[in-house]
Design a protein around this ligand. Structure first.
Ligand code: PLP
Length: 235
């Protein structure tokens, strides 16, 4: 890393970001969407803080981490107004530490966790933006509510105070098969359409990563979580 000058890292990041923005735009065009409604969350879990600083300089403001501890450390290190997104699993005993720093939590996968967040957020006078993670593909390895589980618990979930349930999140299976990926993302959108009510429009759909964000955009993603594609060519 040391022999790789920061200026070179910066020009690679600018190039990668420009290409990503072009792909985002093209996917929006294909599906009649406004690119301003597709927010990039740069997933920085695998790069050092120095790279996050450069991304910040380039103009990115939404960053995703999958470990609460790393998110907290980075949020403390970078005082700028940044929207931090926790995208990985959250243990109940980490809720109090992470809530002051994570404006968005994408990975709320149980009613108990949501209730714990509501209690703690109330004590801290916060109201985090929450996305409920749903396991659309049904893979045993994936976290999240089952579609039937979330339908059943929906009335109770909406009663939890001090959390802004702003949308749903999912991960597609790790496959090259575009139809499987598309079906997963479409399934999340349909579930959202089914659950939304006037007071809870559930406007956010967090779906799509480096290899499938274009399909996700075509299927309605409003938050794409992209890591490795942004960091191509950076050692
Ligand atoms: C790491 C990660 C991403 C980003 O994945 P890339 O393939 O690097 O773009 C997105 N979402 C979650 C939940 C992740 O853990």
């Amino acid at each position: 890393m040391d022999e790789f000058p920061a200026s070179l890292i910066e020009s690679r990041l600018r190039e990668n970001f420009a290409q990503l923005a072009m792909k985002r735009e093209a996917a929006c065009k294909r599906s009649g969407r406004d690119p301003r409604h597709v927010q990039l969350v740069a997933v920085t879990k695998s790069v050092p803080l120095s790279v996050v600083t450069i991304l910040r300089k380039i103009g990115l403001t939404h960053f995703g981490e999958n470990r609460p501890q790393q998110l907290i450390e980075r949020a403390q290190a970078l005082a700028d107004p940044i929207d931090w997104h926790l995208i990985g699993p959250l243990q109940r005993n980490k809720v109090r530490a992470v809530l002051p720093y994570a404006r968005w939590i994408h990975s709320v996968a149980s009613q108990q966790l949501l209730e714990r967040m509501g209690r703690v957020a109330g004590e801290l006078n916060l109201c985090p933006k929450v996305l409920l993670q749903v396991n659309i593909s049904g893979e045993a390895s994936k976290q999240g509510f089952t579609p039937d589980g979330i339908r059943r618990e929906w009335p109770a979930l909406l009663q939890v105070p001090n959390v802004d349930i702003t949308g749903l999140m999912t991960m597609a299976p790790d496959t090259e098969d575009e139809e499987i990926i598309r079906t997963t993302f479409r399934g999340l959108r349909h579930l959202r359409d089914e659950l939304r009510v006037d007071q809870w429009p559930l406007s956010e759909l967090s779906m799509g990563m480096s290899h499938d964000f274009e399909i996700a955009i075509e299927e309605g993603a409003t938050l794409i979580r992209v890591g490795s594609l942004l960091f191509e060519g950076i050692p």
